[in-house]
Design a binder for this molecule. Structure first.
Ligand code: NOJ
Ligand code: MG
Length: 551
């Protein structure tokens, strides 16, 4: 087992590499997303849990990640697998106890790994006590904590707003004779962020975890928090076609990305800033020009509005290089960039880009300027796992079969080894395990120096060792269409990144001052150490990094 080269996180990176602003942990670090149901099952019930994660903390330290983001672990009826929260300040028994939570938090912190929780501020479960009160009567003090409206004159829903998960976003409540709004499932009523008492209650829930030592939050669908005060109908989507799922028939002009949302976020940021060095991330699917507004004026917003371009774009060199340039240009001066390759809502990168490109994707994610977020399993190249109809779990797929919206394929159990159920559980796994688990698993790849997992680890270690990868500026260099070539520069340090998005050999012209440098890390292990050369080349599906000092 290769355990060499583990650097203690405290001393692995200079606070400042010549620049005036020291890099903070979330700027230097790599974030690793765990979908708790699917990472490791400690109690054999087929569903991942905190004890399971505790057992894998050494793995996370070995891999070298700096922060772990856990998808929701709160009590929940699991209509949307935890994104329907029934209590913001507790832990679902399915995942474990307070002791388990504190043990996990300590185990991570002892290894210098931060803990980030998912927070779901846009909606609660319909079983949350707040909603139970709100729906009890129109006079209930918490009535206004949710979004209640009278029917339209014909008795139908108040307007045309649709649920992302299908159908009208308005659910009729016969007892009190009004509709409530839910952007997702009807079991996920949206809260009313215009109500000051609701806002206070949410802030208190955030402080609860910050007091307990949590290092930050990933805020679910944060661009949805405020809806139009006048409840205007959304306009039709001019790009709609019948292949798209029904809610795409309308734009979300009046239901998301409203101007008032920035005040709400600024307030959340102030809560986080009451504490030392905590992190606020937001989930936002918006075009880049609107996305960057979420940094807030003068840095009053999110530290990291998630940038999903690598998740959404076709896997082509030109498209991706153009998107990187556009993003770099659009960032405000105080805006720290970030990149995401996959998450629990989107198809796996190895399936989108193809297994042969998984290494190129790894090099890209870990060498672009900005904080990388890595989705569990992508480091070993897990693919989308086909889910037989009778094993579908995702409510989105269940309510809207046939549109390809199902998210289960990217949520299957982590593949630890070649044993039964890939070492994920001793019971029956809640989702099927990938059929490739005999080949694609941690145990095997840990021992294989040429594996994707070992590539990820080398890249992460290189980021720790080389400030140019964190703090260096970014400049794209000319290349052939299937190649993305760029340079990172810090002082006299240079890092050349060359990525071949094709399965053919590609020519490469590199700046003369870098021609004599050697390949530091390559997706093809045998190339490491070779001189780049003035008329260089890229092997099929190769990505490499060459770090050197300018003459
Ligand atoms: C975004 C989450 O990532 C997704 O899994 C969830 O279904 C929706 N928000 C609703 O909470
Ligand atoms: Mg379990």
């Amino acid at each position: 087992m290769d355990t060499a080269g583990i650097v203690s996180p405290a001393d692995r990176f200079p606070q400042s590499a010549g620049g005036a602003t020291p890099a903070r942990w979330w700027q230097r670090g790599v974030i690793y997303q765990i979908y708790p149901r699917s990472f490791a099952d400690g109690d054999g019930d087929g569903i991942g849990d905190l004890r399971g994660i505790i057992g894998k903390v050494d793995y996370l330290a070995w891999l070298g990640v700096d922060a772990v983001w856990l998808s929701p672990i709160y009590p929940s009826p699991m209509a949307d697998f935890g994104y329907d929260v029934a209590d913001y300040t507790s832990i679902h028994p399915l995942f474990g106890t307070w002791r388990d939570f504190d043990e996990l938090s300590d185990a991570l912190h002892r290894r210098g790994i931060k803990l980030i929780l998912d927070f779901v501020p846009n909606h609660t479960s319909d079983q949350h006590p707040w909603f139970l009160e709100s729906r009890a009567s129109r006079a209930n003090p918490k009535r206004d904590w949710y979004i209640w409206r009278d029917p339209a004159p014909d008795g139908g829903p108040p307007n045309n707003w649709m649920s992302t998960f299908g159908g009208s976003a308005w659910e009729w409540d016969a007892r009190t004779g009004q509709y409530y709004y839910h952007a997702y499932l009807k079991q996920q009523p949206d809260v009313n962020w215009r109500n000051p008492a609701l806002r206070d209650a949410m802030h208190q829930a955030m402080r609860f975890w910050l007091d307990r030592g949590v290092d930050g939050f990933r805020m679910d669908v944060i661009w949805h928090l405020v809806k139009d005060e006048q409840f205007r109908c959304n306009p039709p989507n001019p790009d709609y076609h019948p292949g798209l799922w029904p809610s795409r028939r309308f734009l979300s002009t009046y239901t998301a990305d409203r101007p008032e949302v920035h005040d709400i976020i600024a307030e959340m940021r102030r809560v986080v800033d009451e504490y030392d060095d905590r992190l606020l991330i937001g989930e936002i699917y918006l075009p880049v020009d609107r996305l960057v507004a979420y940094y807030g004026t003068g840095g009053t917003g999110l530290h990291l509005p998630f940038n999903f371009q690598l998740v959404e774009l076709p896997w082509r060199a030109e498209a991706i290089a153009a998107a990187v340039d556009q993003y770099e240009k659009a960032l405000p001066p105080h805006g720290w960039p970030n990149w995401v390759l996959g998450n629990h809502d989107k198809p796996r990168i190895a399936s989108r880009a193809g297994g042969a490109q998984a290494g190129v994707a790894a090099v890209l994610l870990l060498t672009l300027r900005g904080t990388p977020t890595l989705y569990y399993g992508d480091e070993i190249g897990m693919s989308n796992v086909p889910i037989p109809e009778d094993r579908v779990q995702d409510p989105w797929e269940r309510t809207m079969p046939g549109f390809g919206v199902g998210r289960d394929p990217a949520r299957t159990p982590m593949q630890w080894d070649a044993s039964l159920h890939a070492g994920f559980t001793s019971g029956e796994p809640w989702l099927p395990v990938g059929e490739d688990s005999a080949r694609i698993n941690v145990a095997l790849q840990r021992e294989d120096p040429a594996s994707l997992l070992r590539l990820y680890r080398r890249l992460i270690q290189l980021r720790r060792a080389e400030p140019v990868l964190v703090l260096g500026d970014y400049r794209r260099l000319p290349s052939s269409p299937e190649v993305f070539l760029f340079l990172r520069r810090l002082g006299d340090r240079r890092c050349l990144v060359a990525l071949n998005f094709s399965a053919d050999r590609q020519p490469l012209s590199v700046p003369p001052e870098l021609a004599s440098a050697r390949i530091t890390v390559s997706t093809r292990l045998e190339r490491e150490g070779a001189v780049v050369g003035s008329s260089a080349r890229l092997e099929p599906n190769e990505g490499f990094i060459s770090i050197g000092t300018a003459a």
